[in-house]
Design a protein around this ligand. Structure first.
Ligand SMILES: O=C(O)CCC(=O)C(=O)O
Ligand SMILES: [Fe+2]
Length: 360
């Protein structure tokens, strides 16, 4: 439900980080409530420059041999990284730029206008907010966000922000293209898992969900003391992410944090918990976090794709047979989202809760 400036959460003086930065002259230190207990060895500046596999998706339209080698490259990226970058993805750079522009315009609106979409309920179809999970007490994070359901379109389109005036139209076009891209990638992942090419797509049900999360991370005077976004894995199957050219994404691999460079015009694709579950643990959803910098605001736009809200999430039966046991207990997708989004600990704790044995 939309809130006003008088509602609880905003009454506490938390008007979002962008507002805070813009209304504090010459901020030299991060306010205490944003200082996070980041372990010494995991400070953002200690991350190693990393590069994730780059996959030319044009290969999927090529002759058989090229198509199979592209599928193979995707499945090894899924097994070894859980993250990869795609080029030749078929989405016009001008549309990506336009999407970034309307998202930036949204965050630049006066606070009162953005507040129309403020909500603390993680299941609300449209939510503007700040930090991480403001319903529970915890230190704040250096980001504001706008999240909303995208697909199925008719269920939420009328609720999307109508300001800036072009937002709905541009977002609709962008999300339609991203939807097609995820079909292409899911097909390749299905084949790589030895499943029917349509297996994953069909597993999502007739009303598979698409959710968009746009993040605004203002420049920050002490980037080593806070985080834009705490370590987490995504709950859906596949997230397709782009940003405004300012780096800030870090991924955890073998207990080490790596910075993922920003390459405009490409997308970073990552597997979420749904795919870890569906693959019966063969592929892992990888923890990642958003870090901030002293120089410039970063905007990122991630689009997650998962099953229908009332779908039962469980491993694909051919993959259970392969391993002779199921690694996860079945759970209704919306219950899983709720569990994952309301925990303060994040990381992969929600996924660990549904594992059938703790040694997986
Ligand atoms: O800003 C980023 O690069 C990461 C965003 C993200 O992980 C998310 O919205 O789930
Ligand atoms: Fe994420």
């Amino acid at each position: 439900m939309a809130n006003t400036l008088e509602s609880n959460h905003w009454n506490k003086g938390n008007k979002g980080v962008k507002y805070l930065v813009e209304n504090s002259k010459d901020m030299k230190m991060v306010p205490l409530e944003f200082v996070l207990p980041i372990p010494e060895g995991e400070r953002p500046s200690l991350a190693i420059d990393g590069s994730i596999p780059i996959i030319d998706l044009g290969g999927l339209n090529g002759p058989d041999e090229q198509r199979l080698s592209t599928i193979h490259a995707i499945s090894s990226a899924c097994a070894q990284w859980g993250f990869f970058r795609v080029t030749n993805h078929g989405i016009e750079v001008s549309l990506i730029d336009e999407m970034l522009r309307v998202v930036e315009e949204f965050f630049n609106l006066p606070l009162e206008e953005k507040m129309r979409y403020c909500s603390e309920n993680v299941m609300d179809p449209v939510r503007y907010g700040t930090s991480l999970n403001t319903t529970k007490k915890h230190n704040l994070h250096w980001r504001d966000f706008l999240r909303h359901y995208a697909g199925p379109l008719p269920k939420s389109y009328h609720l999307w922000p109508d300001n800036p005036p072009t937002y709905k139209q541009v977002a609709k076009e962008y999300l339609k293209e991203v939807w097609q891209l995820k079909i292409k990638i899911f097909r390749a992942i299905s084949e790589g898992l030895g499943l029917d090419p349509d297996y994953i797509e069909r597993s999502l049900g007739v009303e598979g969900t698409q959710m968009i999360a746009s993040n605004y991370y203002p420049a920050c005077p002490e980037p080593n003391k806070t985080l834009g976004l705490a370590p987490h894995s995504d709950h859906g199957g596949l997230t397709i992410l782009m940003d405004n050219g300012i780096p800030g994404l870090q991924i955890k691999r073998n207990q080490t944090w790596y910075s993922v460079p920003s390459i405009p015009g490409t997308f970073v694709v990552n597997l979420g918990d749904y795919l870890e579950i569906l693959s019966n643990g063969k592929y892992k959803s990888i923890e990642h976090r958003g870090v901030v910098n002293t120089e410039a605001a970063r905007i990122s736009v991630g689009v997650g794709h998962g099953p229908a809200m009332d779908a039962i999430v469980q491993p694909a039966s051919p993959l259970i047979k392969e391993k002779s046991e199921s690694t996860f207990r079945p759970i209704v997708y919306k219950d899983y989202i709720k569990a994952q989004q309301t925990t303060v600990k994040r990381g992969k704790s929600a996924l660990h809760e549904i594992m059938t044995s703790s040694d997986n």
